[in-house]
Design a protein around this ligand. Structure first.
Ligand code: PEP
Ligand code: MN
Length: 335
């Protein structure tokens, strides 16, 4: 970290700042130029917040050289992380598809979709029991009963399951869930992230609606810092001025994240677009951009779906897409 001092800064105050930094355990590297004077901080600066330094009278600006997310950073961990979900590997050279309905509605619905997506080659089953809905009057999910139906579908299909948590108080209900999803709206629910950091279970962390990639990585850092290294990131589209789609898939997020972090990155083309016919082109684009997997909404009767029917594929559509996904992943591996 480099501290740029104001021109003609009061020397007594500069000395006081230097003493304070040394007391905090840093070695200082001083540079006196004609234009500016700099203090280079040598040591672990992850606990120092730039705002604290910027508030000091003699400081003009502060520049970080290394990312504040140490555990998530690729520079500290050059190899890709591979997360094991009941034997299915996510990350590295693997490509996995998570599929299923937006929300769990009935035993027949979730089990039928589970068996269908399994037959088409999906590797994990998704389904929401706790749904974050904009309106308090919209279907909120079946909660505990939904989780039971999801676990029935897991037993029937043999697929590991992914489902969203909204509150730490529900954690005891998630014991048999294979991957806990943190939805976009909870990406910065830091108390929830801290609790998930205490587990030894894969966490699927979705990017917030209006969050930068560095903010996503800092949220991942909360989980990693707690000791849980099983974090999978998900780009699911962000809010922009464009209204043709529900969100805007930020395709460059995939290669940018892959450069910044060793964690696997998957893409959600369903929530990114909100439109069924866009799920295929966005899925193929995500593969081309280097994603480690996809999470896709599939419903056996999208017209009657209680949530997100317009973006849900039917099982035959998903089957067709899986063929294209398999051909595309093979093609990009061969390049
Ligand atoms: C979901 O995956 O069910 C969901 C609500 O997605 P997001 O948090 O990305 O909106
Ligand atoms: Mn949905």
């Amino acid at each position: 970290m480099i501290i740029i001092l104001k021109q003609n800064a009061n020397q007594a105050k500069v000395e006081k700042l230097k003493e304070d930094l040394i007391r905090r355990g840093f070695k200082l590297h001083l540079s006196q130029g004609t234009e500016a004077s700099l203090i280079g901080l040598i040591g672990d600066t992850s606990s120092i917040h730039e705002d604290w330094l910027k508030a000091i009278d003699v400081v003009e600006d502060v520049k970080r050289i290394r990312e504040p997310y140490k555990k998530a950073s690729r520079s500290m961990h050059p190899e890709d992380s591979v997360i094991d979900v009941c034997g299915t590997k996510i990350g590295g050279g693997n490509f996995q598809v998570i599929a299923g309905p937006c929300s769990i509605e009935t035993r027949e619905q979730i089990t039928e979709v589970a068996l269908d997506v399994k037959r088409s080659g999906a590797h994990l089953l998704r389904g929401g029991a706790f749904k974050p809905r904009t309106s308090p009057y919209a279907f909120q999910g079946l909660h505990e009963q939904g989780l039971e139906l999801l676990l029935d579908a897991k037993r029937a299909s043999g697929l590991p399951v992914v489902t969203e948590i909204m509150s730490t108080e529900h954690l005891p209900l998630f014991e048999d869930v294979d991957v806990i999803q943190v939805g976009a709206r909870n990406m910065q629910n830091f108390e929830l992230l801290k609790e998930l950091g205490k587990l030894n279970k894969p966490i699927l962390l979705k990017r917030g609606l209006a969050n930068t990639l560095d903010e996503l990585l800092m949220s991942a850092e909360y989980i990693l810092a707690g000791g849980n290294e099983n974090v999978i990131l998900c780009e699911r589209g962000i809010r922009t001025f464009e209204t043709s789609t529900r969100n805007t898939l930020e395709i460059s997020a995939i290669p940018v994240l892959k450069q910044k972090t060793h964690l696997p990155v998957i893409v959600d083309p369903s929530h990114a677009s909100g439109i069924r016919s866009l799920v295929e082109p966005l899925s193929l684009a995500a593969i081309a951009a280097g994603a480690n997997g996809l999470i896709i909404e599939v419903h056996n009767n999208p017209e009657k779906a209680l949530c997100d029917g317009a973006q849900s594929l039917t099982p035959p559509m998903f089957d067709d897409l899986m063929r294209k996904i398999n051909r595309s992943t093979e093609f990009f591996r061969s390049l």
